[in-house]
Design a protein around this ligand. Structure first.
Ligand code: P6P
Length: 331
C-alpha cells in the first residue's frame, strides 16, 4: 500500500524537525479547523449545480458585493470550525465588516486567522475554479499591543499562510515558513494527502496574467512593461492567461512561473485586491517558493495595514519578471 502523508502528519513532522522537540500539536489542531471547513466547502461546491446553493444570497457583504450563497456558507463553515479551536483569539473574514473576537486569555488564544472564505465566488455559476485563502498571525503579547493591533501586523509577521483551490481536483497549498507544500484532497478517504513538497516558482515563466481591459487606466509604466513583455524584451515569448480567480491565477504562477499584475486602475486607485487576506498570504507563499510579491514598487509583506479590509495594488511572480517590473516601475 502506498504510504500517504496527511497535512496534519506533515505539520507535526515539520514542527518536530524545526523545533527538535515533540510538536505541541496546537498549530496542526488549528490547521485541522481549516481543512475540515475546506472539505465542507468542497462538498457544497461539487453539488452546487444540483442544489439551490448557486446564485445570489440576496444580501450584500461589507465590500458592497452581491453575496453568493456559497460565500455565506463558506464563511459560516470557517467561523464555526475555527471558532471551536481554543487557540484562536480572533477571526477576520472578507465577508464580515468586523472581526470575531473570543475572549480567551492570551496564553491560550495565541492565533489570529484572517481569511477570504471563497474568493472569486462569482465564477462558481460558470464552473470556474474558486478558492479559500488564509493567513495565520500570532497575537501580540498584551504588553506589546492590543488584540485589535494584533490584527494589523505587517505580512512579514505571518506564522503561516495558504489556500485551497477548488478545481478539477481540490488542492491545499500552505507554508509555515519552511517551504511551500501541496496536498490533494482524496475524497475516497476524506483526507488532504501530500502531493508536492518544497514547491519552487520557476526563475522565469511563460505567462503574463492581467485584466488588460483595465490597461487604459493603469499608470503608464505598467503598460510600457507589458509592451516589453509582449515584444520579447524579457528574452522569451509569453502567452496570456487570466482566469479572473485570484487563487487559480496564483496556483498556475506558482507551478509554471510568469507574472500576475493587478496595478492601480481608475475604478480601484488603491488597487482592487485586499491586503490582509489576499495579498499577504499569497505574497508569503510566493517568497517561500523563491518568487516575489510587490505593490509594483514595494514589498507586499512590509506594508503596515491600517484597516482589515484595506486594498493594495498586487503583483507577484517569478524573479526574472518581477525584477524587470521593478525596473520599469522605478524608471
Ligand atoms: P477583475 C474575483 O472577484 C477577484 O476578487 C479575484 O479573485 C480576481 O483576481 C479579481 O477579483 C479579478 O478582478 O477586475 O479582473 O474582474
Amino acid at each position: 500500500m502506498a504510504m500517504i502523508t496527511t497535512v496534519q502528519q506533515h505539520i507535526l513532522q515539520q514542527q518536530t524537525e524545526i523545533t527538535g522537540k515533540e510538536a505541541s500539536g496546537t498549530f496542526s489542531w488549528l490547521l485541522s479547523g481549516i481543512t475540515l471547513a475546506a472539505k465542507m466547502i468542497e462538498a457544497k461546491i461539487r453539488a452546487a449545480g444540483l442544489s439551490d446553493i448557486v446564485g445570489a444570497y440576496g444580501a450584500e457583504n461589507v465590500q458592497g458585493e452581491q453575496q453568493q450563497k456559497l460565500d455565506v456558507y463558506a464563511n459560516q463553515a470557517l467561523l464555526h470550525c475555527l471558532g471551536l479551536r481554543d487557540s484562536v483569539a480572533a477571526l477576520v473574514s472578507e465577508e464580515d465588516a468586523e472581526p470575531v473576537t473570543f475572549n480567551r486569555d492570551p496564553e491560550t488564544g495565541k492565533y489570529i486567522i484572517v481569511f477570504d472564505p471563497l474568493d472569486g465566488s462569482s465564477n462558481i455559476d460558470v464552473n470556474v475554479n474558486v478558492g479559500t485563502i488564509f493567513s495565520v498571525l500570532r497575537r501580540l503579547p498584551p504588553e506589546h499591543g492590543t488584540l485589535e493591533e494584533s490584527l494589523l501586523q505587517p505580512g512579514v509577521r505571518q506564522v503561516a499562510a495558504g489556500y485551497v483551490v477548488y478545481g478539477p481536483s481540490t488542492v491545499l497549498v500552505y507554508s509555515s515558513g519552511n517551504g511551500v507544500h501541496s496536498f490533494t484532497l482524496d475524497s475516497s478517504i476524506g483526507a488532504f494527502v501530500l502531493s508536492g513538497e518544497h514547491l519552487r516558482m520557476p526563475e522565469q515563466g511563460g505567462y503574463y496574467s492581467a485584466n488588460e481591459a483595465n490597461a487604459g487606466s493603469w499608470p503608464a509604466e505598467y503598460r510600457a512593461f507589458l509592451e516589453t513583455v509582449r515584444s520579447g524584451g524579457l528574452g522569451r515569448e509569453y502567452s496570456s492567461r487570466y482566469v479572473g480567480s485570484l487563487v487559480a491565477d496564483f496556483h498556475r504562477t506558482l507551478l509554471k512561473g510568469g507574472i500576475f499584475l493587478y496595478p492601480p486602475t481608475a475604478k480601484a486607485p488603491q488597487g482592487k485586491l485586499r491586503l490582509l487576506y489576499e495579498a499577504n498570504p499569497l505574497a508569503f507563499l510566493a517568497e517561500q517558493a523563491g518568487g516575489l510579491a510587490t505593490t509594483g514598487s514595494g514589498r507586499i509583506l512590509e506594508l503596515r495595514p491600517e484597516g482589515i479590509h484595506q486594498r493594495t495594488p498586487f503583483c507577484f511572480g517569478s524573479r526574472h519578471e518581477m525584477d524587470a517590473l521593478a525596473r520599469a516601475v522605478r524608471a
